[in-house]
Design a binder for this molecule. Structure first.
Ligand SMILES: Cc1cc2nc3c(=O)[nH]c(=O)nc-3n(C[C@H](O)[C@H](O)[C@H](O)COP(=O)(O)OP(=O)(O)OC[C@H]3O[C@@H](n4cnc5c(N)ncnc54)[C@H](O)[C@@H]3O)c2cc1C
Length: 378
């Protein structure tokens, strides 16, 4: 067994760290306050090859691997989870299905410009009445001459207010089976698609939308892969992305830990720095141990993706532990900072608000436990 990162992985980490220090850190607080995303970042990510990090060179990607994808996520999330969320929804959720199942024409029209950061993408699965139970989705695509007519709503869709296209799930048959749900590539803007930006408490700089679709015509060539019944692709996409967002959670935990550690080493109360009080030192010890555990779960999960052996239960375990770790660690960081932890001058409150999103988004912790329990054959 070899647990070390390769020199290429280390070089990538350095590159992303420098990029984040230069382009993300100076904007993170202002973007959070104004709840707006600097869209031009997509081009900068594209130029550096960061959007395509997980995709093979033969398909236009940068030719790295899932471990590299997790390194990018971890480093970005240490600085701003909102920016990393916009990146994740675009680079994985929205375009992975196109890479995996799109026609050659769809790869050229949607995947390639998204990799370059020229077109921004969103992934529309969740609906007002359908979040955890995705098989029940109600957005309906009816076959007509030359294409489909789509009606329905999508809720909490990351990047929707700034997107050039949406990879959208809709029901093409009334039955509740895998063959009934299909993916469409929907060009934006379109008069039949209304997008309202939502106000949020977490990942505020990432723009999130409520989408109403009223009798939208989508041509046949925008049905993903030219075939109905691509629900299994959605499940595969979600499983891999659970390992990805677990890396985001690891990054948030590390970011919060770094602030707490620095504070514990410098804040003097009474006759000593607060890190010298055992109550604070033990909190930091627990945080360090939990981060270490999450780290190995994330990179083992990424390695499983690269080996082609990731299964849904493994992905759920990784996501459950990493997201709950980020939530606990960021809360402990707030406690360690005392009153300063509540002030916006320090990012620990932001890390905590952002970590809360990830015990919900990409499948709640309860849903991850359901997936894990199903695998136990109780
Ligand atoms: C900031 C943000 C960004 C998002 N971005 C996207 C995006 O880009 N694209 C997209 O498609 N979706 C997105 N989502 C949606 C996200 O995936 C859903 O919020 C999530 O799947 C939960 O669905 P829900 O909010 O409808 O909760 P519900 O399904 O209504 O669940 C409510 C509660 O009931 C519990 N519950 C539900 N069913 C069960 C069960 N069977 N067993 C036990 N407990 C259960 C849940 O765990 C939760 O505690 C985003 C969400 C957020 C908050």
């Amino acid at each position: 067994m070899d647990f070390s990162f390769s020199p290429e992985h280390e070089a990538l980490r350095d590159t992303v760290r420098r990029f984040c220090a230069e382009h993300i850190a100076p904007r993170a607080r202002q973007a959070d306050d104004s709840e707006s995303f600097p869209r031009e970042l997509f081009r900068a990510w594209g130029e550096l090859g960061l959007i395509g990090v997980r995709y093979p060179e033969a398909d236009g990607g940068s030719g790295f691997d899932k471990v590299s994808d997790c390194i990018v996520r971890e480093e970005m999330s240490r600085v701003s989870q909102a920016f990393a969320s916009a990146w994740s929804a675009h680079s994985h959720l929205a375009i992975w299905p196109i890479w995996r199942a799109g026609t050659v024409a769809q790869q050229q029209r949607f995947f390639a410009p998204a990799l370059a950061g020229e077109r921004v993408a969103a992934f529309g699965l969740s609906e007002p009445d359908v979040g955890s139970n995705i098989r029940a989705l109600q957005t309906r695509a009816t076959k007509v001459e030359g294409g489909y007519r789509i009606r329905g709503s999508k809720l909490y869709i990351t990047n929707a207010p700034i997107a050039d296209f949406i990879t959208l799930a809709a029901r093409t048959k009334p039955e509740r089976d895998a063959a009934a749900i299909s993916l469409f590539l929907v060009e934006l803007p379109d008069p039949a698609v209304q997008i309202d930006k939502l106000d949020k408490e977490g990942i505020r700089a990432s723009e999130t939308g409520l989408i109403h679709i009223d009798d939208l015509f989508v041509p046949d060539e925008c049905l993903l892969g030219g075939r109905e019944g691509t629900y299994p692709i959605i499940l595969e996409c979600l499983s891999e992305n659970r390992v990805g967002v677990a890396a985001n959670c690891l990054g948030m935990a590390r970011g919060a830990m770094a602030v707490a550690l620095d504070y514990a080493r410098t804040r003097v109360v009474g006759d000593r720095t607060i890190g010298r009080y055992q109550a604070i030192a033990h909190k930091l010890a627990d945080m360090a141990a939990e981060i270490e555990a999450a780290h190995w779960m994330v990179y083992h999960g990424a390695w499983r993706v690269d080996q082609g052996t990731l299964d849904a239960a493994t992905a759920a375990r990784v996501k459950l532990i990493a997201s709950e770790t980020a939530l606990r660690v960021s809360e402990q960081a707030i406690r360690i900072l005392g009153g300063a932890g509540i002030m916006r001058d320090y990012p620990v409150g932001r890390f905590h608000r952002d970590a809360l999103v990830y015990v919900i988004g990409e499948g709640t912790s309860e849903i991850q436990r359901n997936i894990i329990a199903r695998d136990l054959e109780l």
